[in-house]
Structure formats: structure tokens, C-alpha cells
Write a protein that binds this ligand. Sequence first.
Ligand code: SAH
Length: 465
Amino acid sequence: MQNYPIFIDLQDQACLMVGGGPVALRKIRLMLSAGANITVIAPILCDDLLQEFGEYITHIKRAFEDGDIQGFRLITAATNSPSVNARVSKLAQQANIPVNVVDEPALCSFITPSIIDRSPVLIAISTGGGAPVLARSLRAKIEALIPANYGKLADAMKRYRGALKAAMPDERDRRLFWDKVVQGPIAELFLSGNSQQGDEQLANSINVGVDNRLGEVWLIGAGPGDPDLLTFRALRLMQQADVVLYDRLVSPAILELTRRDADRIYVGKRRAEHALPQGDINQRLVDLANEGKNVVRLKGGDPFIFGRGGEEIELLAESGVPFQIVPGITAASGCATYAGIPLTHRDHAQSCVFVTGHLKDGTVDLNWSMLANPNQTVVIYMGLLGLPHICQQLTKHGLPSSTPIALIEQGTTENQSVYTGVLCDMPTKIKEYSIKAPTLIIIGSVVSLHESLSWFNPNKEQKRH
Ligand code: SAH
């Protein structure tokens, strides 16, 4: 190990910064957030430094002089003069004061790591000052893994340490207790920003034990297909599931990301048949939670957009089962983006409506005059079967028969296909193809942008028709 890592307490400590430019500003920002008292020696301060921290620092407005290092706990040099930087380093080291010269490892007695700040949790990464770009890239990866509210969980654990010690004298018991808390729904409450409830449940668990609790239901939007479109929260919860109930729209690649040993239950629906009636699904969620299980209910797209999410949580709410809802990228958003069709565009559409084209008694019951508006994009979910009727009604209600229309089949997946045409020819055109669900329909002049913008599609081998 080239360096010995330490975290230093700078609360109310006098620290010296030699230099007043943008590099100094970055370091000052961090040191101030660690509570340091900072003196800056520099003939001038850059505007940003002055504006952001002018009132929080002591500024000595002149060049550095040898005697300046006296009385400081920590010294940093960030001037653009190599000789000044070297001088500061030499004097500080002679006086045994830790010194850092920014980007000059040879002149440093300490170096500063790249950090991930979830205070009080702090993660530091160092490459010995030799490869800061590598440290930054590693940092970005870890940032994505550690939820933003991690610090809240750490704070709570710190607060309840004493109470737990009193209630559980055995150290091994306490460790097991914290393990369960950290991997379970109590931690999840803090991570999702619900600290008050987390606090209550933590206090309660200390009294009655962590196992005597209900399971939770997490209703998760899995997005339109590409696993990369999951949210961080969705992935985190999926990896804590005891049981997963999933739909037909949830792709195998996404299902793979749920906890390996979780039970998987298929409850998917097709247009006409229902693998499990909706009422049974609702009841199943309640029953599993009552057995103490953490239940993930995975839905395609967003649970609240043609996803019956509202119906599924009604019974949970009535039965007092704790639940969370995680939004997902809805098909309209995912498919339109991957097909290079902006849903709104200042030259084409000022509004966008999402409707369901689900057949009811052989007809599609929609407000056609509201939909037949040339300055609007209409997105139709579940509209494949009703397509001829939809095209016919829209033209009948005044939308030009030359209005562009796109069908996006299996959008965002590697099998995505985009079929474009106009209202009057699409129903006959698609007879040549055997288009399968899930398919999304987009109608409006924004569809004309598909040709020029579709190269944005990350699926390299996109099929075009
Ligand atoms: N809750 C989902 C929609 C469920 S309704 C969401 O927010 O996306 C099911 C309909 O969504 C399908 O009939 C189809 O029209 C559309 N759909 C969902 N995923 C799709 C995909 N990957 N490609 C095309 N259409 C999709």
C-alpha cells in the first residue's frame, strides 16, 4: 500500500489555501463542508470563489510569504506558479504540517481521494494520485450503486445503537439484527426517503424483534423491455424480493435481474384470456405479504399507465399492507425514443394524448373528435386489433388521411420493428406483415421525423418498413 488512508477531523480547524482560482474553489468547497476555517492567500480570487464562498473564508489579499504557514492544521497549494507551490510544500513539510499541492503528487505529504458522499457514509477512492481519471470512473460506478439516501439509514443506525445495546446485550445478536435491518424493508423505507416510518419501524423492531412484521409489496414498473431502462430503485427492490409476480410484458432479461432464489409466479394476461383473474392477483399480493414475504409485483412499462396499478394497490391499502410504487418508463416514452419519434415538437405537436384501443364489444370507444386534432400526437396502447377502426374513425372526424402513423413492435428490445405509413393505407399495408403484440401506435406529424432521427436508436440492427 503506497499511502495509509485516514479521514481527518477538520471541524473548526484552521486550514490554509494558497491560491484563489477554480482549482482552489473545488477544494475549498469540500473543506468547508467538513467544517474547516479557511484562510485563502491570493492576490485575487476568481469570481466564482468570491460569489460562492466570499463570506465564509478569510482572504489575505497578497502573494504567499514564507511565514504564512504558521498556525495551520492543513495546507493546500493550488496556484499556477510551480515555484510558489514548491515553496509552500517545502515549508509545510519542514514544519510538519500536512500539505497537498493539487495535481503534484511529488510535492504532497497527503493526497485527497475521489469521494462518494452519503454523509455520514463517505467512500474514498485513491489511485495514489497517479490515475485520477480512473478514480473518477470508478466513482461514477459506485455512485450509481449507492442510493442517494444511504446517509439517512446510517444516521438512524447510529441513533439507535444505544437503544439496541440496552435491549440486546449480546453483540452477535445485535449484528444479526442489523444485518436483517440493512437487507430488509426498514432500510428500504429510509432509502426511499420515508425516514419517519423507518424510524417507527426500527424502534418497534428493537422492542418486538425484526421478524414480527408484515411483508411489503413493491409494485414496480419494469419499463418497456430493454433492461437498461429500469430505475435504480426498481433494481434494488427486485434484488430483495422473496416472491415475484410478473406479467407477460416483462421480458426474460428483466426477470433475470430479480433475486435468484425468489419464487417467480406468472400472472400474465393476454387480450382474451386471463392467467389469473385480477381479483385473485390482488388477494395473492395481500396473502403473501401477510406471510411476511417481500413481494415484487413487476409490471411492464409504468404501473399507473394502462397497468391496473391503481386496482392492485386498493386492496393492499384496505388491508393495511405496506407498499411502495416504483414508476417505470412507459411504452409511449420508450418506444417513441427508440424509434426516433419525438412525442412533442414545436413544429409538429403541442400536445400528446395516451389512449387505450382495447376492443369493447368489437368497437373502440374513444372521444374521436378530441383525438382528431392535427397539432397533437396520439399514442394508442393495445390498439393493434382495432387499427382499421381507429384509422377510419380518425379520418371520419376530420384528421387528414395523409396523417403519418407508426407501429412500433416490441419497442426498445433487440427485436424492435417500426412500420410507418399514413392513416388511409396502414390497415392494408400491415396485412403483409404478421405484426405481434406488444405493439404501440403513434399517430401525428411527428412520425415524419422518424426517417431522419431514427439513427439514435441504440439497437443497431433496427428493422425498417
Ligand atoms: N403499463 C404499460 C402498458 C400496458 S398496456 C406501460 O406503461 O407501458 C399494454 C400495451 O402497451 C401493449 O398492448 C402495447 O400497446 C404497449 N406496449 C407495452 N410494451 C411495449 C413494447 N415494448 N413495444 C410496443 N408496445 C408496447
